[in-house]
Design a protein around this ligand. Sequence first.
Ligand code: WQD
Length: 326
Amino acid sequence: MTLLIIGGAGYIGSHVAREFLDQGHQVTVYDNLSSGLRENLFPEATFIHGDIQDYPRLIRAAKEGFDALIHLAAYKAAGESMIRPEQYSLNNINGTVHILNAAVEAQIPCIIFSSSAAVYGEPEYLPIDEQHPTKPENYYGFTKLEIERLLVWYERLKGIRFACLRYFNAAGYDAQGRISGLEQNPANLLPVIMEAACGMREEVQVFGNDYATPDGTGVRDYIHVSDLAKGHAAALDYIRRYRQSLTVNLGSETGLSVLEILEAARRISGKPIPARMSPRRPGDPGKLTASARYARETLGWTALSSDLDSLVRTTWNAYRRHYCRG
Ligand code: WQD
């Protein structure tokens, strides 16, 4: 198949591009490199340096002719989205309208969209399944939900089939070390821990140790990016084979606490990784876990590489190669 991967130079996008290349597909990456990195591009893929706001360029790219489009281009910092909603409206929502219109114009029949567990908001029950109410707590999650709703209308009016993939906490790196770009100024737990392990920051702040969880720290459903990438391939197969759209969780169904991850990182890296207990981060729920039953039943997909050691070891390997040579 010929695939247009928008945002394919980013952290998740590059793993998705790698998976589709490994499966023998022809890949074109479209990315403005605002957070994506050149080092995440693969020589076998065509690269177009373009912005999703640049509609003429996007149309030209789309008209090269593709069987499907994978859309991973978005701002994704939940906290920042509450301070700068304008940027999130423009980039995430308007940018997606451009992508959808380009898909219509270029007659691309299928779209796989990177959605997020952020569409659910504060959990009303656990594990979270796809029937859970969608009441985003931050503007970022709102933009993802709005895009899901746009996709429903574009299917109804223009016949574009879609898969909305609601990711839980993406983590880990390609186990073969083929993806070397590291996110700049990360706020997510594992990259923050790794920066502390490499001496790039003094310590890790543990946001809250008084949650109603076994060790008091926040519990999340961490899903390895390579598992996520396989989920994209499975979703594309499904919507093409059954000519049906779907909205599905991609999670590991395992809850890991901040302290469990920190301890594993100390053990695997052999570094002390200083940590300090800090107040809760506003808006953080104590525990979030996914039900991935629907993904199992419809896609035959299940997380295979999302155990604690694989998540931490592959991330440590990427950071060690980059920052801790020798
Ligand atoms: C994980 C756990 C923190 C940093 C975010 C977005 C969400 C989704 C995934 C895209 C929590 C704790 C963290 C630190 C810590 N993004 N923590 N010290 O908040 O679950 O989800 O990324 O779709 O929309 O909100 O991920 O990695 O920031 O936090 O103690 O320095 O680690 O409190 O319990 P989060 P995270």
